[in-house]
Design a protein around this ligand. Structure first.
Ligand SMILES: [Zn+2]
Length: 93
């Protein structure tokens, strides 16, 4: 029983470490140990679950904007309607 407790204490690390991993996973692939630790922490910590959700929403918005930017660089053929109308607006001013 005490061994189990000891294991849990090692797995459930601090929010500071968890948030660092949450930010890291936005840019890098986490190692197996890191992913397990993060999952364990999130299972007991609602604050970090909320933080991850917010982080993800921000990341999604960012990747949509980047994709649009990427498409606009590919030339007229791939311009989205949104980008097209933005460009039109720019020229109308
Ligand atoms: Zn936490």
């Amino acid at each position: 029983m005490s061994l189990r407790k000891e294991m849990l204490r090692k797995l459930i690390f601090s929010c500071k470490n968890a948030s660092a991993l949450l930010e890291k996973q936005e840019h890098f692939k986490l190692g197996k140990v890191e992913r397990v630790k993060l999952a364990m922490h999130k299972s007991v910590c609602s604050a970090c679950r909320k933080f991850e959700k917010k982080n993800k929403e921000f990341g999604d918005a960012l990747s949509i904007a980047l994709k649009e930017e990427e498409n606009s660089k590919k030339g007229k053929k791939y311009l989205s309607e949104v980008t097209k109308s933005r460009i039109k607006l720019k020229f109308q001013k």
